[in-house]
Write a protein that binds this ligand. Structure first.
Ligand code: SF4
Length: 251
């Protein structure tokens, strides 16, 4: 399903053909089903950019953050490949897709072609884009990498991980879902505090997802998280793709 190989060959042919602001680094491009949030279950093309301005310790795509992989392609090349799939949804994810200025023409062209576009972001980079759903996953304090092991990234991560100013603007301009990854009740309290700081966010736009990359961990955390979400009228968000496919790349 991964479709980056032939793009790489084309990129070699066209090397130097388009300016940096029209290019994105792509880790993978494949068809699967959306596993999280409002449109869970929708057949979707996943367009995963490579590179991130954060370094969550639990990152489930380290090949886009801690050890970024992938070739750089023009917007036109990426759109052409994405449109070869018949799925109506395109999920632009990462890494952090908003680090690329090319996200604006990319998402404009995908929507012009009739695709329903979701952007998945940590919500820390002020970039222009177009989407039908902005899926924002703000990072909590517990997401930071250990300070002793990664002093540089620990400091960068903590300084960058939340942009309430940006989120307030996006919440007023786009259809948004806020998706928090939590490990314990301390994280849940931080979610409540952050929502209060943001102001009027409908609980219907808030999703809480257990941290974990295996079914046993997710099941154990669902035991206490699901009732807590019910109590606060938030959505409990399971990581359905782990149940469907396991923690595998290209799914
Ligand atoms: S923001 Fe996302 S891609 Fe970046 S390090 Fe955190 S989990 Fe990984």
């Amino acid at each position: 399903m991964v479709d980056v190989g032939s793009m790489r060959a084309e990129a070699e042919v066209r090397k130097g053909g388009s300016p940096a602001e029209n290019r994105l680094r792509i880790a993978e491009l494949y068809a699967s089903r959306q596993g999280e949030g409002l449109w869970t279950g929708s057949p979707s093309v996943f367009l995963r950019t490579s590179g991130c301005n954060l370094r969550c310790w639990f990152c489930d795509t380290p090949f886009t953050s801690w050890r970024p992989e992938g070739e750089t392609f023009s917007v036109e090349q990426v759109v052409q490949r994405a449109l070869q799939f018949s799925e109506a949804d395109v999920v632009v994810t990462g890494g952090e897709p908003l680090i690329f200025p090319a996200i604006e023409p990319l998402t404009a062209q995908l929507r012009s072609a009739g695709k329903r576009v979701t952007i998945e972001t940590a919500g820390t980079v002020d970039q222009a884009f177009h989407c039908d759903l902005l899926s924002i996953s703000p990072k909590l304090a517990s997401s930071a990498p250990p300070a002793q092991e990664h002093p540089h990234w620990h400091a960068q991560h903590q300084a960058r991980r939340q942009r309430p100013d940006l989120l307030r603007r996006w919440l007023s301009e786009y259809r948004c879902q806020l998706k928090f990854v939590v490990s314990d009740m301390h994280d849940c309290q931080e979610v409540l505090n952050y929502l209060q700081e943001l102001g009027s966010v409908s609980p219907d736009n808030v999703w809480l997802m257990p941290e974990g990359t295996d079914v046993d961990t997710l099941d154990a955390r669902a035991q206490w998280l699901q009732p807590w979400c019910d109590e606060h009228q938030f959505h409990f968000c399971q990581r359905s793709h782990i149940y469907w496919y396991g923690n595998r790349r290209g799914t």
